[in-house]
Write a protein that binds this ligand. Structure first.
Ligand code: CMX
Length: 135
């Protein structure tokens, strides 16, 4: 079995302006890479490096996945993102295991990385993001 490194933990928040200082205080890291990802209806910012990296996500539209999550569950852990050599190959593997894919093919995510999401109902209640190494 191939080992996959955790790239980041995604945390849903209502407002980056309000929540970033809280997580800067918790982690001791300054936020960086703040960016709007219009295709996902989110604005994101990252903190830290390595396996402890966090991505804060705030909705930019009422109909976005993160807005729906916040309305239903409030702020909190939203997803785990794993780095993989090939998102397409990993999607094939998940498909072969009978898991429910949100993205049938890799697509561009934050910072131009190739990503895909797997439905939390087929991964023990945790939304999984796959991110291609080097892209
Ligand atoms: N983690 C765990 N469970 C989640 C979840 C999450 N992040 N989001 C939704 N769910 C649960 C819901 O609570 C619900 O459970 P119940 O049926 O037991 O109540 C179930 O999944 C289905 O939820 P839903 O409301 O019917 O479906 P949604 O329309 O909210 O869609 C999901 C859920 C995961 C398919 C959608 O959020 C999605 O497509 N996510 C992938 C894209 C994404 O999250 N983008 C933002 C991040 C972008 C980035 O990092 O750049």
């Amino acid at each position: 079995m191939t080992e996959h490194a955790l790239d980041h933990v995604g945390i849903a928040v209502h407002s980056l302006d309000d929540s970033l200082p809280v997580f800067e205080s918790i982690t001791g890291h300054k936020g960086y890479g703040r960016e709007r990802v219009e295709s996902q209806g989110v604005e994101v910012v990252f903190l830290g490096t390595g396996a402890g990296r966090l991505e804060l996500l705030a909705p930019t539209r009422d109909d976005s996945a993160v807005a729906k999550y916040l309305a239903k569950r409030g702020p909190g852990m939203h997803h785990l993102c794993y780095r993989v050599p090939s998102v397409a190959a990993e999607l094939d593997r998940y498909r072969a295991e009978g898991r429910r894919l949100i993205d049938e093919a890799p697509r561009p995510g934050a910072a131009g990385h190739l990503v895909a999401f797997v439905h939390p109902k087929s991964t023990e209640g945790v939304l999984v993001e796959l991110l291609e190494e080097g892209h």
